[in-house]
Write a protein that binds this ligand. Structure first.
Ligand SMILES: NC(=O)c1ccc[n+]([C@@H]2O[C@H](COP(=O)([O-])OP(=O)(O)OC[C@H]3O[C@@H](n4cnc5c(N)ncnc54)[C@H](O)[C@@H]3O)[C@@H](O)[C@H]2O)c1
Ligand SMILES: O=C(O)C(=O)C[C@@H](O)[C@H](O)[C@H](O)COP(=O)(O)O
Ligand SMILES: [Zn+2]
Length: 360
């Protein structure tokens, strides 16, 4: 088991990562929440079938109840958020209650926002079950989607702890490995050239990565995220770098309809576009052809979906949270590992999107 301690401006907490670290849950709750009036596990319908029992078994001496939400982006809606809060009121949770988020980023984002909202805030613990959640469970961004934009309704709310049992990852389908690995690539590209080269040389088939190696690369990703959120918890400046690939990625997710494209797959396309812009605007020296060759090998889509209109993507990007006064901003790379936030002119974006979409 490895422990990564996170110290943000608002809170210190630990991330425990490794096989069977779920055992830590019992000790952590005994030590810190022994008087919890209720412990609510929020999970989704797939994770419930696969891993809920394991977690419940660790909590047999506590007053545990469960609320199950739809799997995937369907969990991040206002209706599910509201239904969750209704259930908590009906079950008489109070300010001494605790929420556990058992699942991927969608469950973590929803449950963290629910916990922040119930009676103005009760504590929650992240129990991530996906590769992608090495990113979502750390750093305290929690939110639901709005038809007009991704993660538009939410708050910053740090968890009490992150208990990342990598044995849960063994049940993930290949598409979810791929989605999560997109954020690992992001963490490498924005801050750690050696890590990027390691990934590129070591990983050619995501289905063959063993749990031990997943643990190691997820921990590296978490360290990248830690370094940034410790400096800038609420995205006043450098935290925006974690949004590399997301300006276009979020626009693709929203335009396709949430859940049609996984988050990680959408941001991979967004990263390719941001790399193309980085070459244009920041003289980045990097072979996008080589990058795409690797992505193809791993099974990623690497084009903007045919049915998406450029003008509509631009409208979406104008609504991005990084925009100021409607001016679209992209995270670009000056060099591998050296990101920068750049304001872009819409005409320039339109031209570059047309070239990208046209395969040029
Ligand atoms: N808060 C943040 O900082 C942050 C960071 C990155 C992404 N996100 C958000 O996270 C979400 C994506 O996260 P995700 O990819 O984990 O999505 P997810 O929670 O939707 O999980 C993906 C799918 O995998 C299933 N699943 C989860 N764990 C499983 C397991 N162990 N075995 C088998 N199936 C399992 C889920 O049921 C779901 O169908 C997006 O909404 C994205 O916006 C948030
Ligand atoms: O933690 C961050 O900050 C990130 O930007 C991480 C992203 O991978 C993540 O998708 C996040 O939810 C995006 O945040 P948003 O503010 O653009 O919605
Ligand atoms: Zn992301």
């Amino acid at each position: 088991m490895h422990t990564v301690s996170i110290q943000t401006a608002s809170k210190q907490y630990d991330v425990w990562i490794g096989e069977h670290v779920i055992n830590q849950l019992t000790f952590f709750i005994q030590k810190n929440f022994a008087d919890a009036t209720k412990i609510l596990i929020i999970t989704d319908e797939s994770v419930e079938k696969l891993h809920l029992k394991t977690v419940e078994n660790k909590l047999s001496s506590f007053p545990v109840i469960t609320y199950t939400v739809p799997a995937g982006e369907k969990a991040k809606t206002f209706d599910v958020f509201y239904a969750c809060l209704t259930y908590m009121l009906e079950q008489h949770l109070d300010r001494k209650s605790l929420v556990l988020a058992l699942g991927g980023g969608a469950v973590g984002d929803l449950a963290g926002y629910v916990a922040a909202s119930f009676m103005r805030g009760i504590p929650f613990i992240q129990i991530p079950t996906t590769i992608l959640a090495h990113d979502s469970a750390v750093g305290g961004k929690v939110a639901i989607n709005h038809p007009l934009g991704k993660n538009m309704i939410g708050v910053f709310n740090q968890p009490e702890a992150v208990i990342y049992d990598t044995t849960f990852l063994t049940t993930l389908p290949l598409q979810e490995l791929r989605s999560g690995f997109g954020e690992v690539i992001k963490h490498a590209l924005i801050s750690d050239v050696a890590f990027y080269h390691e990934l590129q040389s070591q990983i050619s088939d995501l289905s063959k990565v063993n749990v031990g190696y997943w643990s190691a690369i997820l921990e590296k990703g978490i360290l990248v995220k830690r370094a940034i959120v410790e400096k800038d918890e609420r995205e006043a400046n450098v935290r925006a770098f974690l949004n590399f690939g997301h300006t276009l990625g979020h626009a693709i997710e929203a335009e396709m309809g949430y859940g049609k494209f996984t988050h990680g797959e959408a941001i991979v396309i967004g990263m390719i576009f941001a790399l193309r812009l980085s070459k244009q605007k920041c003289d980045l020296v990097f072979s996008i052809e080589e990058f795409i060759k690797w992505l193809k090998q791993l099974g990623y889509a690497y084009d903007i979906p045919e049915n998406l209109e450029i003008d509509r993507l631009i409208d979406r990007m104008r609504q991005d949270k990084k925009s100021v006064n409607g001016t679209i901003r992209f995270v670009l790379l000056k060099e591998l590992g050296i990101p920068v936030l750049v304001e872009m002119n819409e005409e320039e974006i339109r031209k570059e999107l047309a070239l990208f979409k046209g395969g040029k």
